[in-house]
Design a protein around this ligand. Structure first.
Ligand code: C5P
Length: 304
């Protein structure tokens, strides 16, 4: 049996630079893995094929990104092999946190280990990007500049660990709805990404200068639930900036330190604003342990 942890992400920067003939949008985005994890357990099976179970109702497993990515890998590289995968979800769905995409990346990383296939990361990235634009990032995780549909990845050196509160306002926001809304407003001049110009100095105080999300206004227009929570979280203590993560509905709050993050997460939950997670940036992708350095959400150091 093999256990791996699949981190969520936030986008420090996301600009949409155009619409493509295939209907997707051309992106420039800075993806960052954070210490909020789903867990995947892998076990060899004697019959060929993949079986998938989950602690919550997933609907038909064949539609799940984990199943689809696992089958793409199996058919291409190990058609005679079988595996049972159990998925334990902690990352909220429809939140712009990349949970499903990270789980899919974790599935190909896990099966590569379980079956001793020794495929290089670049091959795993190529396979998993067939099931979603931002899946490939999660094979190695950490921090990266992503372009194209989001699948062209340039990994970058880690930045200083930053404390973040992620607030999920209990509303599912479908990504296509947000892009569709943005398409009606493609009249801006795209912003340049200065994130890595600053990276040596980046911390909770300097990061607000380089944070931006083009999808934020569209997400707020599309989702009344997100708009309401956004309106109620404008002036929180010890927050240096806040932004919608990817296409939403989660909001990320950059915090001055860990204790302020824990306090704010508790306060948000007491105020009934949704589910709140005090997390940090992490340097990993799909991995056997979390490098969060202290308690992480859903990660191995959460146990007990
Ligand atoms: O690639 P993925 O299936 O994750 O994308 C989900 C949806 O998000 C797409 O169907 C599309 O509507 C939108 N999308 C986009 N441009 C991107 C990524 C996603 O329009 N670069």
């Amino acid at each position: 049996m093999l256990t791996l942890y699949a981190p969520a992400k936030i986008n420090w920067f996301l600009e949409v630079t155009g619409k493509r003939p295939d209907g997707y949008h051309e992106l420039v985005t800075v993806m960052q893995a954070i210490s909020l994890f789903d867990r995947l357990d892998f076990e060899e099976a004697s019959t060929p094929g993949i079986s998938l179970t989950c602690n919550i109702d997933l609907g038909p497993p064949e539609k799940n990104l984990v199943y689809r990515a696992a089958e793409i890998l199996r058919k291409a590289h190990a058609p005679a092999r079988g595996a049972k995968i159990h998925l334990e979800k902690h990352i909220p769905h429809g939140a712009g946190l990349g949970g499903g995409s990270s789980d899919a990346a974790c599935a190909v990383v896990g099966l590569n280990k379980l079956w001793n296939l020794n495929l290089p990361d670049a091959r795993l990235e190529g396979l998993v990007s067939q099931v979603g634009s931002d899946c490939a990032f999660f094979v190695r995780g950490g921090i990266a500049l992503c372009t194209g549909r989001g699948e062209i990845i340039e990994h970058k050196p880690p930045i200083t660990k930053i404390d973040i509160v992620v607030l999920y306002p209990d509303v599912v926001l479908p990504t296509p709805d947000v892009y569709r809304d943005l398409s009606r407003h493609l009249t801006y001049t795209p912003k340049d990404c200065y994130f890595f110009h600053e990276s040596g100095l980046l911390n909770a105080l300097s990061v607000p200068k380089v944070v931006f999300n083009r999808l934020e206004e569209a997400a707020l227009r599309v989702s009344p639930g997100l708009r309401e929570v956004w309106g109620k979280t404008e002036h929180e203590r010890s927050v240096t900036c806040r932004f919608v993560s990817g296409s939403g509905s989660a909001i990320a709050f950059v915090m001055m330190n860990r204790s302020a993050a824990l306090d704010l997460a508790r306060l948000f939950e007491r105020r009934g604003l949704g589910r709140a997670f005090a997390v940090t940036t992490v340097t990993v992708g799909a991995s056997e342990s979390s490098d969060a350095g202290h308690r992480s959400v859903g990660g191995p150091d959460q146990a007990g």
